[in-house]
Design a protein around this ligand. Sequence first.
Ligand code: SF4
Length: 177
Amino acid sequence: MSYVSKSPWIIHYDGSSCNGCDIEVLAALTPLYDAERFGVVNTGNPKHADIFVVTGGVNEQNAPVIKQIYDQMLEPKVVVACGACACGGGVYQTCYNVLGGTDSVIPVDAYVPGCAVRPESIIDAVVAGVGILEEKAKAMKMNPAHKDRSESDAASGAHVPVAQVDDVPGASGAGVE
Ligand code: SF4
């Protein structure tokens, strides 16, 4: 993508992570990686956010919180699962109270693999998320009867992931260098 047509505001939630991926999300927002050059703003208010960045797995305790944040975001919205735990439960997937990745409770638009996920990959996913937002906005415009996706997904019992952002080539679980 050669330009970003919208300044994406993100909200970040840490599920049951080891905090490794959270540190990388924070690193992505620092001047070193400079996500602000794409207009990325980290907000604490779901109603202001376009993109929901989730790290860590989903468990019985945090599942309702993740769902509530998602439901409070206005359409169109994009969900980015950051790191192996958010993508599918990661190293915690067999723990007694872990339900799985983010998509075990809400629909996910982009999966960013890695343990820990790298800041460059997070920025790539957020920038890709802007394109997904635009597609969703167009779909809503063409179909004013468009329903909240969480409702339609719940009705169908399934959802289809839209994108996967590959980890940085050559990176093998490394963090900030
Ligand atoms: S993917 Fe790895 S670094 Fe990220 S939260 Fe899970 S265990 Fe920690």
